[in-house]
Design a protein around this ligand. Structure first.
Ligand SMILES: O=c1[nH]cnc2c1ncn2[C@@H]1O[C@H](COP(=O)(O)OP(=O)(O)O)[C@@H](O)[C@H]1O
Ligand SMILES: [Ca+2]
Length: 491
């Protein structure tokens, strides 16, 4: 007679139930206890007080990762209405006032409870460098006014200062390479070309440059465990607005009263003021004595002639180093890809010339045709573009090509390694992000420890272990299983 094993049904059922409960409990604990903290962001604000205008940038990053791998990204930007802060030298309070609207916007964009811990920086570039050279007490008054205005807001104000040219160049390079994720991975870096209104920067890593030949052009970084020896130079007065002044100043010297300018379109004619033209340390020493107060500025639109005019603003006569760019400034051999931003992008984008796979010769032909186009036709073709920008694109395009090829020695071949960019992965290319990353110690010198197991990986592992444990328990109870089918129990 067959008899039922007393262990059979109840024991297996109990073990099964306990096993299932154990698995559910383990997995639940894993899911709940190791759940990532709900995303909380931290914020930082940087004001870029450029020579032509000020812009405000808001950055955010995940709060729990700020010490190592957290990505910092730009969430918002605001263009301040009116001119750069250096233009308010004679009425400094207006420099402070000009920032109000963008600052109010920032108050709305950054969550209220983060306001007091959000660092706020203002960095001024070449416009304030020039004002400081010209009239340091006027520049101090502008900073006082700006400081007073910024301190009225609830953010953690960290100061307003003039960046050195090296800082401006180096932080632009950090931004580009950070956004491209080249620093954490130790990849070949991208050089940075920044064109402003009053200065221009070039920064790149060159293998045959160790910083000894011209130490003032050298910046060293240790980032994520890699050492970088960066070459950087900022040319004061070589932003496109100051170069235009230098080119005009040079042409007025051939005879006061009228300028026939190849960098402006045929049919362009404006009456301009000498005192406005010479109101800058970049040209003030060239002011002709006893000149009339106004001059006629007329265009004849000729790219080749314009290039000759622009070349004359560079001095190639002496170089005490192994090699130079211009004005006796050391520059090692160009190396690697380059990102060109700020006015490089605005101008080349307007001219439809951002595609650098187009041969340099064709780029020059296109610009030749553009410069020769009558001013009336240009205005009709671009009814929505501000006239002061529109009038200058022939000049600015010519300056950019001349600066790159004659100034920095880009060849037809290396020209194609330049990318004209505005943004990288949603954040503007420029010095501001690199500046903030540096001041908040957000880029560690050493590579971060290997990242902890991600949440999903943790849950999977606990589940698998629980399942294996369960199988093990079942198997260990095997001797107690009924052998009913093959060997009937006979008592
Ligand atoms: O839409 C545009 N078209 C052409 N040029 C522009 C446009 N927006 C800005 N710019 C130019 O970009 C340059 C920005 O220079 P910035 O004000 O940053 O000076 P800085 O870097 O020398 O201090 C200025 O020459 C300004 O005129
Ligand atoms: Ca700038």
């Amino acid at each position: 007679m067959k008899e039922k094993n007393p262990w059979h049904t109840p024991v297996t059922i109990i073990i099964t139930v306990i096993g299932v409960i154990a698995i559910v409990a383990l997995v639940t604990v894993a899911v709940l206890q190791n759940r990532p903290v709900p995303q909380k962001y931290k914020y930082g604000i940087v004001l870029d007080a450029g020579s032509s205008h000020t812009a405000l940038y808001i950055y955010q990053w995940r709060a729990e990762k700020d010490n190592n791998t957290g990505r910092v990204e730009q969430t918002h930007s605001c263009k301040v209405k009116g001119k750069g802060i250096s233009s308010y030298a004679s009425e400094p309070w207006r420099a402070g006032e000009s920032l109000t609207l963008c600052m109010q916007e920032a108050e709305k964009r950054v969550p209220h409870k983060r306001h007091h811990e959000t660092p706020l920086y203002l960095g001024a570039t070449a416009g304030m460098r020039l004002l400081n050279m010209e009239n340091s007490s006027a520049s101090d008054r502008v900073f006082q006014a700006v400081e007073r205005a910024l301190q009225k807001f609830p953010f953690s104000y960290q100061g307003a200062r003039i960046l050195s040219g090296q800082e401006e160049g180096a932080f632009g390079w950090v931004t580009v390479n950070y956004l491209d994720d080249r620093l954490t991975q130790g990849l070949e870096t991208t050089g940075a070309l920044d064109l402003g209104g009053a200065s221009t920067q070039i920064s790149f890593v060159s293998d045959n440059y160790d910083g000894s030949e011209s130490p003032s052009n050298s910046v060293t970084f240790r980032l994520y465990g890699n050492d970088y020896n960066l070459y950087t130079h900022s040319f004061l007065c070589y932003g496109k607005d100051q170069v235009l002044r230098m080119a005009l100043a040079q042409q007025t010297q051939s005879g006061p009263g009228a300028i026939l300018d190849p960098c402006f379109h045929p049919g362009y004619m404006e009456t301009k003021n000498y005192s406005v033209l010479y109101d800058s340390p970049c040209v003030s020493d060239r002011k002709p004595q006893g000149a009339p107060s106004i001059f006629n500025h007329t265009g004849n639109g000729n790219f080749r002639q314009c290039q000759e005019v622009v070349k004359r603003v560079f001095n190639f006569s002496s170089c005490k180093y192994s090699r130079c760019s211009f004005n006796g400034v050391f520059q090692p051999l160009l190396q690697g890809p380059f990102g060109a931003f700020s006015a490089y992008y605005f101008v080349m984008n307007f001219l439809n010339l951002t595609d650098t796979s187009i041969p340099l010769e064709s780029v020059m032909e296109k610009l030749t045709r553009y410069c020769a186009t009558p001013w009336e036709k240009i205005k009709l073709q671009h009814p929505n573009v501000k006239l002061n920008y529109l009038a200058e694109y022939c000049f600015s395009g010519t300056y950019i090509l001349t600066l790159l090829t004659e100034g920095y020695n880009f060849t037809s071949e290396s020209y194609s390694s330049i990318k004209f960019i505005k943004k990288i992965n949603g954040s503007d290319a420029g010095w501001t992000l690199g500046y903030m990353l540096n001041l908040t110690n957000m880029i560690p010198a050493e590579a971060p420890d290997s990242p902890p197991l991600p949440h999903a990986g943790y849950v999977s592992i606990v589940t698998i272990i629980a399942f294996l444990l369960f199988v093990l328990v079942i198997l260990s109870l095997r001797p107690l299983w009924p052998r009913c089918s093959k060997q009937p129990h006979i008592i």
